[in-house]
Structures are given as structure tokens and as C-alpha cells.
Design a protein around this ligand. Structure first.
Ligand code: HEM
Length: 187
């Protein structure tokens, strides 16, 4: 099944991304710092959402409108007193098919699994507000993930399509990391 292959073959990219995010979180000393990190997430998630929107319709993913998206991040930034007016540069991979779009979305949806760990870290650094994005679907996370994976596997039924799907997910991880590299170097 595609879900198994994509998980195994994006493992390294996940580890790398997790490292980048943990470094960002460890540097947080204030709500303003946290809002800056969220801006990176917002810029990138929006860029991915814009690219996949023409492909991931309600016919493809019936509950797409109920899924977590960048509007949660905007809300969190605003809760912290920030705005989304000036954002870091973020560019998402271009997608050309439903499967490519779902493979890019795989990275965004999967990131919900790391959410509880991120909230825990934030609490440790004194952040208690503006965490709705990382709380994801709460107790429904397992069920929402299963629903997404069913659709991903359906569109990735043909094993010949797996390499393209895996490449797209790896690319989506990589370009996410680039947003924070740019933030750090002040570009
Ligand atoms: C502190 C940061 C993070 C931690 C601690 C973390 C941790 C985790 C954990 C524990 C899982 C579940 C593994 C399992 O149950 O099989 C997971 C899955 C996943 N995470 Fe992360 N994560 C982090 C950040 C991210 C980010 C930023 C992204 C994407 C931008 C991401 C994408 C994914 C994906 C796609 C999966 C699904 C893997 C699969 O089952 O196919 N993670 N993560």
C-alpha cells in the first residue's frame, strides 16, 4: 500500500524536518518568538494549500472543509497579538495530479501527529495560548488520519505511481525546512 511505502521512504525527511522544528521551538523565549515560528508554518501551509486546492476537492476528500488548515495558524498568530502581514518567503512544490496533491497534503496532515509533542514543548517554554493549530483534531486525530490514508491509498492504488508520490512528499518536507533556513539567516 502507498501509505506504508510513503511512510518508510519519507522517514529521513521527517527526521530532518523534526530536527529543524525542534530547534525553532527551543529558541522560543516569548509569545512574540512563537508567533514568528507560526508565521513560517502559515506561509508554507498556505502555499501548499493554494497549490493543491484545484485537485483536492470534496469529491476527492469529502471532509476536506473540516480538516485543519492554515486558518488555524492565522487565528493562533492573531491570538498572540501578531498579524500575517509580513511573512517569510515560502514556496511549495507544484502539483499536477490528484495523487501528487494528496502526497503533498500527506505531509501537512501527518504533521498533526507531532502536535501533542509540540504543545508539550511549548508549555514547557511558558506558551499557553495560540496552540489550536498544533492541537489538531485532538481525540479525533486517529480517525481523521485513517480517513485521509484511505483516500491516499485509493488514488495510489497503482504501484507504478508510488515513486512520484514519494518524491512529492519528500519535496514537500524539504521545501518546508527551507522556510526556516531563510528565517534563520534573516533573508
Ligand atoms: C517536534 C516536531 C515533530 C515531532 C515530535 C513529530 C512526531 C511524529 C510522530 C510521533 C509521528 C507518529 C508516528 C507513528 O505513530 O507512526 C509523526 C508522524 C508524522 N509526522 Fe511528525 N513530528 C514532528 C513534526 C512534523 C512536521 C513539522 C511535519 C510536516 C511538516 C511532520 C510530518 C509527519 C508525517 C507526514 C507523519 C506521518 C507518518 C506516517 O504515518 O505515514 N511531522 N510525527
Amino acid at each position: 500500500m502507498l501509505s506504508q511505502n510513503i511512510k518508510e521512504r519519507t522517514h529521513a525527511a521527517h527526521q530532518k524536518t523534526e530536527g529543524i522544528v525542534v530547534r525553532q521551538l527551543k529558541a522560543i523565549r516569548s509569545e512574540a518568538d512563537y508567533a514568528e515560528v507560526l508565521k513560517g508554518f502559515y506561509a508554507y501551509f498556505r502555499a501548499v494549500e493554494d497549490n493543491i486546492a484545484p485537485f483536492v476537492t470534496t469529491e476527492v476528500l469529502p471532509d476536506v472543509a473540516e480538516r485543519r488548515n492554515s486558518s488555524y495558524i492565522r487565528k493562533d498568530i492573531e491570538t498572540l497579538g501578531g498579524t500575517v502581514d509580513s511573512l517569510p518567503a515560502a514556496s511549495a512544490p507544484a502539483v499536477h495530479t490528484i495523487l501528487e496533491a494528496l502526497s503533498s497534503l500527506y505531509v501537512l496532515e501527518g504533521s498533526i501527529m507531532g502536535g501533542p509533542y509540540i504543545v508539550q514543548m511549548l508549555n514547557k517554554y511558558g506558551i499557553e495560548r495560540g496552540t489550536s493549530f498544533f492541537e489538531g483534531y485532538g481525540a479525533n486525530s486517529g480517525q481523521m488520519w485513517a480517513g485521509f490514508i484511505t483516500v491516499l491509498n485509493k488514488y495510489g492504488e497503482n504501484p507504478d505511481s508510488h515513486q512520484t508520490a514519494i518524491d512529492m512528499a519528500n519535496q514537500t518536507f524539504q521545501q518546508f525546512g527551507e522556510v526556516f533556513t531563510a528565517v534563520h539567516s534573516g533573508n
